[in-house]
Design a protein around this ligand. Structure first.
Ligand code: PLP
Length: 393
C-alpha cells in the first residue's frame, strides 16, 4: 500500500528550536517545546525581575498581566473580560470544579477519552461533595453524530450538574464535535467544561464559537508559550461564582484578577507568551496547522505500514488541523499505563525517539505528533526500527 507524500518542510523552522538534534522529538503534545525566541524573551523578563524585584512586582505587573491576557484571549477568540490566565489546564479545571457547587446526588458526566489527571480531579471533587462521576464509553470509531447522540442519551437533566468533555482528546487524539455537544447539553440545562489542553495554536475553532460555560486550554503546547501558560474562559453567568484555588490580595477584585494573582510567583511565562504567538504567526498559523496535521498523518501511515496495520484501521482524528495521530500496537503490548510508560522509555533510550505510548481500553497505542521542527525522515527511521524493538519482549 503506497504512503502519501509528506508535506513540504517549512524552511528554517527547525533552527527556531533548541531541541537535541540527536533525538526525533515526536511528542510535542506532551509538554510542548518553546522556540528559542520565547526562551530568550522569558529570560529577559527574568533579568528585569531580578534587577529590581520590588519594582517588577509592584509597578505595573498587574497591568502587564491584564494586557497579556487580552492579547492571548484575542488570539483564541475568547472574551478578554471573561478570561483568566492560569498556570496550566489542570489548574483551570480545578478552579472550575471547586466553583460549580456540586452537591450530594449530583452527577458529573465524562467520557472514557478524558485525561487521567482531570479524571482524578473530578473524582476527588465528587468524593468531597457527595456527587458521582459517571463515565460514558465512546467507541473510537464513532462518528461525530454518534458521539453527540451518545452524550445526548447520557445526560440526566436535573441530575447531571456538569458535563466535562475534551476538545481534542489526549489518549485517543480524537477531535470531539465540541460546539454540537455544548448545544445539546445546554438544551438539557447542563453546563459544560471543555478541556481544551491541546487546542490553542493547533485548532482553528474560536472559544466563543464553542459556547461552553468553561473552557481551559494550554498556550504552552501548540501556542509555543513558555510552560506555565494557560487560559481559563468563563461564560458571563458564572464569573461571579469563580473561586481561586489560593486566596490572594486580589480576592476582592473578583474574577479574573482573583484567579490570576496567586501571590509571589514567577509570572514571566505569561508575559513571554505573546512571543510564542508571534513565532507562530510569522511562520503562518494556517501553514503551520496544515503542515503539522499532514506530517502527523504521514507518520501515522509509515509507522502503521511498518507494523502491518491496514490504513482502514488507523484511527481518524475527526477533523482538520489535528497534529497528533494514533497507531494501534500489536495485541498485548502496552495495554496498561505502567507497560505503556515502560515501552515509551525503551523507545526513547533505544531508538532516540520521543513518542507517546498510551494504554487505553485494554489496548496499546502509539501517539505521534507533527510539528514544524519535525521531518518525514524522523517517522521513517522510527518505522524501520520499531518492529524489531517490539519483537524483543
Ligand atoms: C486533554 C488534556 N487535559 C489536560 C492536560 C493537562 O495539561 P497541564 O499538565 O498543562 O495542566 C493535558 C496534558 O497533556 C491534556 O492532554
Amino acid at each position: 500500500m503506497s504512503v502519501p507524500q509528506p508535506p513540504e518542510p517549512i524552511p528554517g523552522a527547525r533552527l527556531l528550536f533548541s531541541l537535541d538534534p540527536a533525538v526525533s522529538y515526536l511528542n510535542h503534545g506532551a509538554f510542548g517545546a518553546a522556540p528559542i525566541a520565547v526562551q530568550r524573551a522569558q529570560q529577559r523578563l527574568r533579568d528585569e525581575m531580578e534587577a529590581n524585584p520590588l519594582r517588577f512586582f509592584t509597578q505595573g505587573l498587574v497591568d502587564r498581566i491584564a494586557h497579556t491576557r487580552r492579547h492571548l484571549a484575542g488570539f483564541l477568540g475568547a472574551d478578554p473580560e471573561g478570561s483568566a490566565l492560569v498556570g496550566n489546564t489542570t489548574t483551570g479545571v480545578a478552579v472550575v470544579l471547586q466553583s460549580v457547587g456540586l452537591k450530594p446526588g449530583d452527577e458529573v458526566l465524562t467520557t472514557d477519552h478524558g485525561y487521567g489527571a482531570v479524571t482524578l480531579a473530578i473524582q476527588r471533587e465528587c468524593r468531597r461533595s457527595g456527587a458521582v462521576n459517571r463515565v460514558l464509553p465512546i467507541p473510537l470509531a464513532d462518528t461525530d453524530e454518534q458521539i453527540v447522540q451518545a452524550i445526548r442519551a447520557g445526560l440526566r437533566p436535573g441530575r447531571t450538574r456538569l458535563l466535562v468533555i475534551d476538545q481534542l482528546t489526549s489518549v485517543t487524539a480524537r477531535l470531539f464535535p465540541t460546539a454540537a455537544i455544548v448545544a445539546v447539553a445546554h438544551e438539557h440545562g447542563v453546563p459544560v467544561l471543555v478541556d481544551a489542553a491541546h487546542a490553542p495554536g493547533m485548532l482553528a475553532a474560536t472559544v466563543s464559537s464553542i459556547g461552553a460555560d468553561f473552557w481551559a486550554g494550554n498556550l504552552h503546547k501548540w501556542g509555543f508559550a513558555p510552560r506555565g501558560t494557560a487560559l481559563l474562559a468563563v461564560a458571563p453567568g458564572w464569573r461571579d461564582r469563580i473561586e481561586p484555588l489560593v486566596v490572594s490580595w486580589e480576592q476582592d477584585a473578583g474574577y479574573p484578577a482573583r484567579v490570576e494573582w496567586q501571590g509571589t510567583l514567577d509570572y514571566t511565562s505569561w508575559l513571554a507568551a505573546p512571543t510564542g504567538l508571534f513565532t507562530l504567526r510569522s511562520l503562518g498559523v494556517d501553514r503551520v496547522r496544515a503542515h503539522n496535521s499532514a506530517l502527523a498523518a504521514y507518520g501515522q501511515r509509515v509507522v502503521g505500514d511498518a507494523l502491518g496495520v491496514p490504513p482502514a484501521q488507523l484511527p481518524d482524528p475527526g477533523g482538520p488541523g489535528v497534529s497528533m495521530r494514533l497507531i494501534p500496537l500489536p495485541a498485548g503490548i502496552a495495554t496498561t499505563i505502567e507497560a505503556a510508560r515502560a515501552l515509551q522509555t525503551r523507545i526513547s533510550e533505544r531508538l532516540a525517539a520521543e513518542v507517546a505510548v498510551i494504554g487505553w481500553n485494554g489496548r496499546g497505542w502509539l501517539r505521534l505528533a507533527g510539528q514544524v521542527y519535525n521531518s518525514a525522515g524522523e517517522y521513517e527511521r522510527l518505522a524501520v526500527r520499531l518492529p524489531a524493538l517490539l519483537a524483543q519482549r
